[in-house]
Design a binder for this molecule. Structure first.
Ligand code: NDP
Ligand code: 8X3
Length: 259
């Protein structure tokens, strides 16, 4: 029987790359997201690696929908080996005293409460089997606030505390808990942050040779594939020309030099 990975926010970026990596790595997959056609297309493309794929359509902010989706999981899909809590977003870069209330709520409800909901629903089954791995997608943004990052950074600092707390709660089990903290990854992330402004989003990654979703997926798979006695507790993954959440070296001629 193949192992099962459940990935939230699998319709784009890091989540989609994780789906591809784990499918190639001989996992069957539960892929969740809000966009049914994208999940269906992902399922079709993952069949190339022989992965059995179950798409689940729900918004992680909708706790009742998440409960119902997990409640009706067919028996064959109940034993999740790897939970990747990836669904998340940043909205805006306004100063805290000028921020939009709606944006704050969306980030907190998705990045913190959505992640907690999925953890609460899936981890009890892991505890019953004394087996499993939770990989939370945190961020370098959780290490220290940057200008305009205020609430987003706070949500990723919360992911760190929640991940560390879960690791403590599971210390007498064989279940492993990982916080993956990427730096600049070129995905749809900045397009979402800037409310669809693609030019503004592209500018974030210009001259830095950013990470890709596949780079993060490789690390997630590495953590999941480590020998059972090895727990990769936390990984900070930065682009070579990024030193931390605020210090980057940008050179317009660089893109080609590193590719
Ligand atoms: P993308 O925007 O490409 O992907 C985000 C994914 O999360 C999408 O599939 C999106 O679905 C999903 N999602 C967002 N909100 C919800 C929701 N309420 N319910 C279900 N799914 C939702 O960005 P990334 O791949 O970059 O982001 C993935 C994670 O990585 C996030 O947690 C982000 O904070 C984190 N991260 C990203 C970094 C980066 O530089 N890109 C760096 C560090 C961390 P939909 O298409 O429906 O919106
Ligand atoms: C995403 C990385 O630096 O844009 O968490 O916040 S950053």
């Amino acid at each position: 029987m193949k192992k099962i990975a459940l990935i939230t926010g699998a319709t784009s970026g890091i989540g989609e790359a994780c789906a591809r990596k784990f499918a190639q790595g001989d996992y069957d997959l539960i892929v969740t997201g809000r966009n049914q056609p994208k999940l269906d297309a992902l399922k079709a493309s993952l069949s190339e690696w022989g992965a059995d794929v179950l798409p689940l359509v729900f918004d992680v902010r909708d706790r009742q929908a998440a409960i119902e989706a997990v409640d009706v999981l067919p028996d064959r899909w109940r034993d999740v080996d790897v939970l990747i809590n990836n669904a998340g977003l940043a909205l805006g870069l306004e100063k805290e005293y000028e921020g939009r209330f709606d944006d704050w709520e969306t980030m907190i409800d998705t990045n913190i409460k959505g992640l907690l909901t999925m953890t609460r629903l899936i981890v009890p089954h892991m505890v019953e089997r004394n087996r499993g791995h939770i990989i939370n997608i945190g961020s370098v943004a959780g290490d220290a606030a940057y200008a305009g990052g205020n609430v987003y950074c706070a949500t990723k600092a919360a992911v760190k505390a929640i991940t560390d707390g879960l690791r403590i709660d599971l210390v007498d089990t064989r279940i492993r808990v990982t916080n993956l903290k990427p730096g600049l990854v070129e995905t749809n992330f900045s397009v979402t942050r800037f409310h669809g402004n693609k030019a503004q989003a592209d500018n974030v990654y210009r001259g830095i040779h950013p990470l890709t979703g596949a780079d993060i997926a490789d690390t997630a798979f590495f953590a999941a594939s480590a020998p059972e006695h090895v727990q990769i507790a936390e990984v900070l993954i930065l682009a070579t020309h990024q030193a931390n959440g605020t210090v980057c070296s940008k050179d317009p001629d660089r893109e080609e030099s590193l590719s």
